[in-house]
Write a protein that binds this ligand. Structure first.
Ligand code: SAH
Ligand code: SF4
Ligand code: F3S
Length: 466
């Protein structure tokens, strides 16, 4: 009988990508994936350490799993429990002390050794949080064509890992290690394999994706802008996205790619964290609010319809009402299409956690509520602005209701539309007729020339209809 593995992933896209790679490493060992813990012989929690809440979630989950494991044991059935990801890296052996159900703790840079580590863990509990010298990517087996297909037409592609920026609030440089860029040739090999199996869109990912500086086939160092141009040439690839970027690494080549590369979608997630210069300095972000505004202006000049997205932290140590107002001011000026916002969470081992002037919880809550209300208004305004327009949609799956399909707009909005005849992976034109809280609704146009309702452009490779 096949053994079953359940990988539950928390946190960012890097973790989502790693979760798939872990399943790929385990497939040759006879493990098939399941999406239910109840069915699984092997349970992997791929954890996130970014905020206290995220990290604590893991321990409550492990508490539940211990009960399950004990019950099964009584019935003579074994369950193996693995903690992977950033909590594993940050806490290592502490996890074994706090959670008796855990058999193996494995960090984000050593999960390619999972088969050997699992073998070892049959004898005694194991912790591996090394940053090995070998490149884990060289040891990861390629997923099968069917596996790639089952994961959909839009795929993450890791090009860069780790971070050297050391923002004073952030654990990532400690949990993911130093910044490294994968060589272009290796990225291209993975990209071509994914595209050959039907992938139409890549979101290239990295903790600091626009700091990418990988070795090119010409022996020179390639930037993200250059790599994106190369990825756009992969047969079958219609759309490119990248995340997450740092304002300090938005170079001219990348901004130009937004102007010159039609496959590069008009969407930029560029975390600013705060609008106050003194808070930005205390965060060690190494840019000011105005420098951020200038980058946005230049990007908008290159691609006027670009949708902007950001991350915000409220209640960083020392944040005054005036600092918070500066954040609100920046939000009102820029008008983000989407955003994530968080209360500052002190993290062990980071400089900001030691700062004296921590902000009280109720102040953080009030600021977060005000910020989220402003961001939500902008988000809804952005959605409503698409109503009445005909836009390109990459079809990703069947829709919620019979007769519907679902996909994404160029601006990363979910779109539900009526028409069952299109195939997953097609790019079709949809006239937007309404908006919901999280998605757009529309009608497909252009299928039958007689039914054309809007000025149509020829079938494109993903440039938007603006
Ligand atoms: N590399 C990315 C961010 C990765 S972490 C960047 O530089 O922008 C994702 C987001 O989590 C951050 O942008 C930040 O807004 C938030 N975050 C990180 N550490 C945090 C902390 N200690 N408390 C609250 N939010 C935090
Ligand atoms: Fe964390 Fe800053 Fe690095 Fe982003 S750039 S991962 S926020 S240290
Ligand atoms: Fe969380 Fe690690 Fe990503 S801390 S946000 S899973 S890099």
């Amino acid at each position: 009988m096949k053994k079953k593995v359940y990988v539950k992933s928390y946190g960012c896209q890097m973790n989502a990508y790693d979760a798939e790679r872990m399943a790929d490493v385990l497939a040759p060992q006879g493990f098939v994936e399941t999406d239910s813990a109840e069915e699984a012989d092997l349970i992997v929690l791929n954890t996130c350490h970014i905020r206290e809440k995220a990290a604590e979630k893991v321990y409550s989950e492990l508490g539940r799993l211990r009960v399950m494991k004990d019950e099964r044991k009584a019935e003579g059935r074994d369950t193996t429990i693995v903690v992977a990801g950033c909590v594993a890296q940050a806490e290592g052996g502490e996890i074994l002390k706090r959670a008796s159900a855990v058999d193996l703790v494995v960090g984000p840079q050593s999960y390619h050794n999972l088969p050997a580590l699992l073998e070892k863990a049959r004898r005694a509990r194991v912790v591996d949080t090394e940053f090995p010298i070998e490149d884990k990517f060289d040891h990861l087996p390629a997923p099968s064509r069917d596996k790639i297909r089952s994961r959909g037409v839009s795929s993450f592609l890791t090009i860069q890992e780790g971070c050297d920026k050391f923002c004073t609030f952030c654990v990532v440089p400690y949990t993911r290690g130093a910044e490294i860029s994968r060589p272009v040739a290796k990225i291209m090999a993975e990209a071509e394999r994914l595209a050959a199996a039907g992938v139409r869109e890549f979101t290239v990912i990295g903790q600091n994706v626009n700091a990418y500086h990988g070795e090119g086939p010409d022996g020179r160092t390639w930037s993200l802008g250059r790599l994106l141009h190369r990825l756009a040439e992969v047969p079958g690839i219609a759309r490119l996205r990248y995340t997450t970027s740092h304002p300090r690494d938005m170079d001219d080549e990348l901004i130009d790619a937004h102007r010159n590369l039609p496959a590069l979608m008009p969407y930029l997630h560029l975390p600013v964290q705060s609008g106050s210069d003194s808070i930005l300095a205390a965060m060690n972000r190494k840019h000011t609010g105005d420098e951020y505004r200038r980058i946005i202006e230049r990007t908008r000049a290159a691609r006027p319809d670009i949708a902007l997205s950001s991350d915000f932290i409220v209640g960083f140590p020392g944040e005054t009402d005036a600092d918070f107002d500066a954040t609100m001011q920046l939000v009102r000026e820029i008008g983000f299409a989407s955003a994530y916002s968080f209360k500052y969470s002190p993290r062990p081992g980071t400089p900001a956690a030691q700062m004296a002037n921590q902000v009280p919880e109720d102040v953080k809550s009030a600021r977060l509520a005000a910020l989220q209300q402003a961001l939500e208004e902008d988000r809804q305004r952005f959605h409503r602005a698409t109503v009445g327009r005909t836009i390109d949609v990459l079809v990703e799956r069947k829709g919620r209701y019979a007769g519907q399909m679902a996909g994404k707009s160029p601006w990363l909005q979910g779109v539900q539309f009526d028409d069952e005849t299109v195939a997953i992976g097609d790019i079709v034109q949809v006239e937007i007729t309404g908006t919901g809280t999280n998605s757009l609704f529309g009608q497909r146009v252009g299928a039958d020339p007689a039914s054309l309702t809007a000025v149509q452009r020829p079938h494109s490779t993903g440039a938007n209809a603006a």
